[in-house]
Ligand binder design. Structure first.
Ligand code: RI2
Length: 331
């Protein structure tokens, strides 16, 4: 390669490097927003992951199928590494990249990622709205409800019931350490709901006044157990003790097909700074900050999905039906 060609290609290489770094930024900034909880909630992080991959594909300029496949795989891994517990992100990413394998050209592969990513995000929004309509039928006028953390699916159900003119009261837990309960009381108040904020340790005291609990889901296993914000299992146990109905509002992309094959769900542990301020406790005192817990299926009365209300025992069948033939490629 002579000096002339070097001169003419260098700016091109420079531009390509700039474009590549801009394209990568889409993925890195989404992953860091998810990790730092700027984007949070199991449904929202799934949509953010799917749309980031679609935007990445749209901005991708190297017209090489194998290179594209490899870069999409890396981008998917970067997104999946951001938060480990909610399977919604895994399902959203996999729904977005599923057309890559069979695509015969770069153009077809890129189009598949763009279309599937956008479709996942749209379907996800629709599922939340459908859950609101279905779940609202479980609520009667005069009911007192409880919710934990900040679930758009659970809030949608309660807000829809109130929109229909039902008179309900809601207790919302603070949900330490991130205090997502503050978001919840703001969301519910905006929707015209009579809502009372309680600290997490008031759950058992208040449960005797409650008729129904509605919580969201980060992951539901093949045996129908729920992984959700830390403290959910305590809410469920208190509800069982008081004979209060315990409802989980969950889009089916929060069902984890990986658990059918023995995978366990990783419970995210976050930084201790979220619990104590520096210097507040003696050196050597340990802090344990798991942010999710498991509620066994036997504490769950209903799982409210976009396909309808089901018992935890029905989850396995829905997973098998939804996965179809692809079930054999999962392990
Ligand atoms: P939606 C949240 O996790 C909570 O655990 C909430 O119950 C769940 O996601 C589902 O939220 P985090 O991101 O998808 O606050 O229903 O840790 O909005």
């Amino acid at each position: 390669m002579g000096p002339l060609s070097q001169l003419s290609t260098e700016p091109l290489l420079y531009c390509r490097a700039q474009i590549t770094s801009l394209v990568n930024d889409i993925i890195f900034s989404t992953a860091s927003d998810i990790r730092d909880m700027k984007v949070r909630g199991a449904g929202r992080i799934a949509r953010a992951g799917a749309l980031a991959l679609a935007a990445y594909a749209e901005a991708y300029t190297v017209r090489d199928l194998e290179q594209f496949r490899s870069d999409i795989r890396k981008a998917s891994d970067t997104l999946l590494d951001s938060r480990p517990t909610a399977v919604s992100l895994w399902n959203g990413v996999h729904a977005t990249v599923r057309g890559l394998k069979d695509a015969e050209s770069f153009e077809a592969a890129r189009e598949a990622v763009i279309t599937d990513g956008r479709r996942f995000a749209e379907e996800s929004e629709k599922a939340v709205q459908r859950i609101a309509r279905i779940g609202s039928k479980r609520i009667k006028s005069g009911d007192t409800l409880m919710t934990h953390c900040n679930s758009s699916a659970a809030i949608g159900v309660i807000a829809e019931a109130v929109r229909q003119g039902k008179d309900v009261k809601v207790y919302a837990t603070e949900s330490r350490p991130w205090r997502q309960g503050i978001l919840t009381v703001n969301d519910l108040s905006k929707a015209g709901v009579d809502v009372t904020l309680i600290i997490d340790s008031a759950v058992r005291t208040v449960m005797s006044r409650v008729d129904r609990v509605f919580v969201g889901a980060d992951t539901i296993t093949s045996s129908g157990s729920l992984i959700n914000k830390i403290g959910t299992s305590q809410v469920a146990m208190a509800a069982r003790e008081c004979r209060v109905e315990f409802n989980v509002c969950s889009e089916t992309y929060k069902f984890s097909p990986k658990t059918m094959f023995g995978d366990t769900v990783t419970i995210e542990e976050r930084n201790i700074d979220e619990v104590v301020r520096p210097g507040e406790i003696p050196e050597g005192v340990k802090v344990f900050n798991p942010v999710f817990d498991t509620t066994p299926a036997r504490y769950i009365d209903n799982i409210i999905t976009e396909l309808g209300i089901m018992s935890p025992g029905a989850v396995y069948g829905v997973m098998v039906r939804q996965l179809g033939d692809s079930i054999f490629n999962l392990e």
